[in-house]
Design a protein around this ligand. Structure first.
Ligand SMILES: *Cc1c(COP(=O)(O)O)cnc(C)c1O
Length: 222
């Protein structure tokens, strides 16, 4: 199957209110254009250089999402290219995003990355770290970087019940934060969870945004 068939197949399986982020990392601008011509307009990238290279080559109404780990020293070039950053996992990173977004007066949607997998945490807040972060006031002072929800990655395993449990936890945690910190804020609305191997489980557990790479583009080109 080709890229456009893949996109139509995925979209036919998920409810209309769940957004598909087509993860185009390691795929060419031509492959992205094919997806765009099939009606896909949200793309996810995980490296600064790659998003900055592709952004000027492609239609300007594409919504680019940064989904990988972002080092603070790489925030500046990412800001002009990016609509949403899925991987905010520290106050330091949020203030760097705010600083560069303010310079060009651009609003950036930020999702809080939460560590939900069994594997050792490389990135992402623990639930408690995230609660603590939101109990402090720093994030409320941001005018351009705003918190639009949470993101998580389930364990990279076969055990479906474990994966489901992790997605359930993230949904419950989202509900807790919504209730405690964002009851009046309609922008806090996204749960980014689900990848090629597990997006149907994620959707059943309340995902609003799935990040799918290989099931859209096939195996990575380089
Ligand atoms: C690469 C990547 C994806 C997509 O992975 P696939 O298994 O190819 O669908 C999703 N989320 C993040 C954070 C990624 O880095």
């Amino acid at each position: 199957m080709g890229i456009s068939e893949n996109i139509h197949a995925i979209k036919s399986r998920i409810p209309a209110n769940v957004k598909l982020v087509a993860v185009s990392k390691f795929h060419s601008a031509d492959a992205i254009r094919t997806a765009y011509n099939a009606g896909q307009y949200i793309f996810g990238e995980s490296r600064m250089q790659e998003i900055c290279q592709k952004h000027p080559l492609l239609p300007q109404d594409i919504e680019w999402h940064f989904i990988g780990h972002l080092q603070t020293n790489k925030v500046k070039p990412v800001i002009p290219c990016t609509h949403t950053i899925h991987s905010v996992d520290s106050g330091k990173l949020l203030s760097e995003i705010e600083k560069h977004a303010a310079r060009i007066e651009k609003r950036i949607r930020c999702l809080l990355e939460i560590h939900i997998a069994q594997e050792d945490a490389k990135y992402g807040f623990s639930f408690d770290e995230c609660r603590k972060f939101l109990s402090e006031n720093q994030w409320k002072k941001c005018k351009f970087a705003y918190i639009g929800g949470v993101m998580g990655m389930a364990s990279n395993i076969e055990d479906e019940s474990q994966i489901r449990k992790e997605f359930k936890r993230l949904k419950l945690f989202f509900d807790e934060l919504k209730n405690d910190r964002f009851p009046e804020d309609d922008r806090f609305s996204e749960i980014s969870m689900g990848m090629s191997g597990d997006y149907m489980i994620a959707v059943e557990e309340g995902s609003t945004m799935i990040r799918v790479g290989s099931s859209v583009f096939g195996d990575r080109e380089y």
